[in-house]
Design a protein around this ligand. Structure first.
Ligand SMILES: *[C@@H]1O[C@H](CO)[C@@H](O)[C@H](O)[C@H]1NC(C)=O
Ligand SMILES: *[C@@H]1O[C@H](CO)[C@@H](O)[C@H](O)[C@H]1NC(C)=O
Ligand SMILES: *[C@@H]1O[C@H](CO)[C@@H](O)[C@H](O)[C@H]1NC(C)=O
Ligand SMILES: *[C@@H]1O[C@H](CO)[C@@H](O)[C@H](O)[C@H]1NC(C)=O
Ligand SMILES: *[C@@H]1O[C@H](CO)[C@@H](O)[C@H](O)[C@H]1NC(C)=O
Ligand SMILES: *[C@@H]1O[C@H](CO)[C@@H](O)[C@H](O)[C@H]1NC(C)=O
Length: 533
């Protein structure tokens, strides 16, 4: 960055600090990024500490003047959410690049929301910050000046992103059955990390938060191998006492959170049910085949949920919650079955094996089962074993891979995208089996500051504008130099998110039958959101 630019940023910060002394908590208009480079090959992070922290505007200041487009741009080299205004012109000045036509006559799925997960690691890292900075992380994700998340995933019990394996009904060294769940109780982690952050998020969020719960493993005594991890599954048959007790266990969790004032919108039946069949995996898991999940739903879980007041009108039950390549198989087995499908609302899928199948499987599944929503329920960078750098501070490639995946999913009938940990340490944990990964927010080792990664801004290009209830619009184009997706929001704004993964800029020409033609240069390695009324 040229020194003059650095100077300008410093002056802007100084000036904004003077006009509102209590800068972090009381802002209404955005604050600029204070950049730091950790690695010359990479882009930069934005610093948040006791004196500086950037934020977006509470109000996007989208121009509602006819034929005016408001653009927000972030790129590898200098910009984070740079705002500018432009105008439609009916003169055709462009004869190269990419031309698109927005077709408002053809609409697709409706957006449910975007969000992240309230893992223990998220709570532990946020807990290292002083109160004001800790609150600020939740503002960064949920408030009108942050990402405006409208969804949150809450693990039922522990995950690998905890400091120990646990469930809510562990019997210690004396393993025996507890079919009455007499020993059931929430863990210290629920009270220390999950519940307080969920409540704060609910208090300050821009949208109401749709929470969904996901279990990683039943209590060890319910499983064939007597462990929370490893190659184990639930003992007996899906209509047997162990499955029945497990369904009651999940309902008890929902009730305990209700007592804390937290109500769930949805639940997945099992996080990554295939993991319990893979010897290499060391973390909390529970094997379940699609046939077992189907039978569990109609024999036990579905009827119990319904009888307990968590029927389909109250709680959206999601199947699979595992890798995208498995989606057709799982949907066929469960959603073709009339006994099971009446309890199900949607299908959750994860991104970790995306390179192994085309995203077309998601559209195919939608066309076969159009009444079930599709939700991307987990994704993170740094999880691939070939990625030696787990946390990669300032890495722009990872911002691009988030944007690319979100665009792909949204263009194939997916109604939302949920990130994994909301805050990790510089190693990518804590994680009790050292399965470290990256996160859009990294908290420094000593808790004196945190870093907003390029991935954070990548998410913002979608989450701040594609409100819940937005409907996808058709785009016609001849080329694929750029990746993009278009929506119409409930109050009739058109939102186009464009990703340029090329080094060089690509001219984009938009035909909108409402307004005419708009031409704009999309900078190399940039993500841009274009909004117009
Ligand atoms: C916060 O970070 C900025 C930018 O790195 C630095 O100038 C400032 O001294 C830091 N403030 C504190 C209290 O550490
Ligand atoms: C445009 O926005 C301004 C300020 O928010 C408002 O007063 C005006 O009514 C809006 N105009 C239209 C056409 O929506
Ligand atoms: C959309 O429909 C309108 C009226 O039905 C038509 O005039 C217009 O050409 C259509 N637009 C596109 C892009 O198909
Ligand atoms: C479970 O509860 C039932 C009914 O309350 C009771 O009769 C039974 O003794 C309990 N079993 C155990 C093992 O505690
Ligand atoms: C949420 O807001 C209520 C009412 O303003 C307040 O009493 C409560 O302490 C807040 N809770 C959290 C976790 O911020
Ligand atoms: C759920 O329970 C209600 C009554 O409590 C019943 O009318 C309904 O048929 C049940 N639904 C299913 C799918 O079993």
């Amino acid at each position: 960055m040229p020194d003059i630019l650095k100077l300008m940023i410093m002056l802007t910060i100084l000036f904004s600090f003077i006009i509102d002394g209590n800068m972090i908590m009381s802002m209404t208009s955005g604050k600029p990024c204070v950049p730091r480079w950790f690695n010359r090959k990479h882009s930069f992070v934005c610093i948040c500490n006791a004196t500086v922290c950037d934020s977006f505007d509470d109000d996007d200041r989208i121009s509602n003047e006819s034929k005016t487009i408001t653009i927000f741009s972030s790129d590898m080299h200098s910009d984070r959410f740079l705002r500018s205004e432009h105008h439609f012109k009916n003169v055709d000045t462009l004869n190269h690049g990419q031309t698109i036509t927005i077709n408002r006559n053809k609409t697709f799925q409706t957006i449910i929301g975007f969000g992240g997960a309230f893992t223990d690691a998220t709570g532990i890292n946020i807990g290292k910050l002083n109160d004001q900075l800790a609150k600020n992380v939740i503002y960064d994700y949920f408030s009108s000046r942050g990402l405006r998340y409208s969804m949150g995933r809450v693990p039922i019990g522990g995950t690998d992103f905890s400091t120990r394996p646990y469930s809510y009904d562990e019997l210690g060294p004396k393993i025996h059955d507890d079919f009455n769940l007499s020993y059931f109780k929430l863990a210290a982690e629920d009270f220390d990390y999950k519940i307080p952050l969920v409540k704060l998020a609910q208090n300050i969020s821009h949208y109401p938060i749709k929470l969904f719960a996901s279990p990683w493993s039943p209590p060890a005594w319910i499983k064939t191998n007597g462990h929370l991890n490893g190659l184990g599954r639930i003992k007996g048959k899906p209509d047997g006492i162990y499955y029945e007790t497990y369904a009651t266990y999940m309902i008890k969790f929902l009730r305990e959170y209700e007592k804390q004032g937290i109500n769930f919108w949805g639940m997945t039946i099992q996080n990554e049910p295939v993991d319990g069949t893979i010897p290499a995996f060391k973390f909390n898991c529970n094997a379940m085949s699609p046939e077992e999940q189907r039978d569990f739903i109609f024999e036990t879980l579905g009827p119990q949920l319904n009888a307990s007041g968590f029927g389909i009108d109250k709680l959206k039950l999601m199947i699979m919650d595992d890798q995208r390549p498995f989606i057709e198989k799982w949907a066929n087995v469960i959603l073709s079955d009339k006994r099971a499908n009446k309890y199900v609302s949607g299908i959750g899928f994860h991104w970790y094996l995306n390179p192994f199948t085309s995203v077309e499987v998601v559209s195919k599944t939608h066309h076969k089962f159009p009444n079930y929503f599709l939700l991307s329920t987990e994704a993170c960078e740094g999880a691939n074993p070939f990625q030696l750098e787990k946390v990669s501070l300032g890495n722009w490639d990872r911002a691009q891979s988030y944007a690319y995946d979100i665009i792909q999913d949204l263009n194939h009938y997916t109604s939302g995208w949920i990130d994994w940990n909301m805050a990790l340490d510089p190693e990518g944990g804590p994680n009790w089996v050292k399965n470290f990964v990256d996160s859009p927010i990294i908290v420094s080792e000593d808790g004196s500051e945190y870093y907003k990664q390029p991935m954070y801004y990548s998410l913002a290009h979608f989450t701040r504008f594609i409100e819940p209830g937005s409907v996808r619009l058709d785009i016609q184009t001849q080329h694929e130099y750029l990746n993009m997706v278009a929506f119409e929001t409930p109050n009739k704004a058109t939102v186009l998110v464009v990703l340029n993964r090329n080094k060089h800029e690509v001219p984009l020409k938009i035909h909108d039958d409402k307004y005419g033609i708009f031409s704009h240069e999309i900078k190399g390695h940039s993500i841009q959101t274009l909004v117009w009324y």
